[in-house]
Design a protein around this ligand. Sequence first.
Ligand code: ATP
Length: 233
Amino acid sequence: MLVLENIHTHYGKIEALHGVSVEIKKGEIVSLIGANGAGKTTLLMTVCGDPQASSGRVLFQGEDITHKPTAQIMRSGIAIVPEGRRVFPGLTVEENLHMGGFFTSKQEVRRSQDHVFELFPRLKERRNQRAGTMSGGEQQMLAIGRALMTKPEMIILDEPSLGLAPLIIKQIFEIISSLRDEGITVFLVEQNAKQALKLADRGYVLETGRIRLEDSGANLLANEDVQKAYLGG
Ligand code: ATP
C-alpha cells in the first residue's frame, strides 16, 4: 500500500534520511521505533510531502506521490496525526472534527462524525466542550478522530502516547488496534517501543537516518539488541 524506496531527505544541506526503504501492506500495523533525532518524524513527514524527499520514491497504492503537494496527498487517502496533538484549543470537539472533514459534503461530514462518535463515545459526550479544556488523552482521541473524518485508507500517527498517563496510553493503543479492525492501515511512530512492537504486525528500527532492523513485532521484541537499546535491557 505504501512503499518508500531509497529515500533521502535533507534540511538544507543536512541529510536527515540516508536511503530509507520501508513497505507497508494493506491492513497492517507497522511501528517505527528509534531514539530521539533518529529521523522518525522526518520519515513520516516525507510521506506527507513536507519536506519532500530529495531522492528516492514514495508510492501510495501504486501511485508516485513523492513530489505531490501535501494537500493532494491527504486527499489521496492518507491522514496524519502529528506529534503534539495539534487540536484547535479554542474550538469545540465538534468544530475540530469539522476542520478534519473540510473537503467533503455536509452529509459526508455528518456521516463521518457519527462514525467517529461511535468509535469515541467520550468525544460524543463532550461534543460542545472546547478542546483546550480537555485532558491530554481526550485531546489525542480528538486528534485521531479528526484524522478519521477524511475516511483514510491509511493513518499515520506520530508519538500518540507522548506525555500521557499509563492507563490512557493503554486506551490509545486499544484504539489503534481497533483502527486495524476497521480495515485502516496504520503506520505508527513511537518512543514507547514495547507497546508499539506488541501491537505491530511488523516493525522497523531507525538509527541516525538509516533502517537498522526490520522484522515482525514479536521478533523485534525478542531481539537482544532491540531490548538493550529500546526496551530498557
Ligand atoms: P524525536 O523523537 O526527537 O522527535 P525523530 O526521530 O522524530 O526525533 P526528527 O525530528 O525526524 O527525529 O529529526 C531528525 C534529524 O533532522 C535531527 O538531527 C533534527 O535535528 C533534524 N531536523 C528535524 N527537523 C528539522 C528542521 N525543520 N530543520 C533542520 N533540521 C531538522
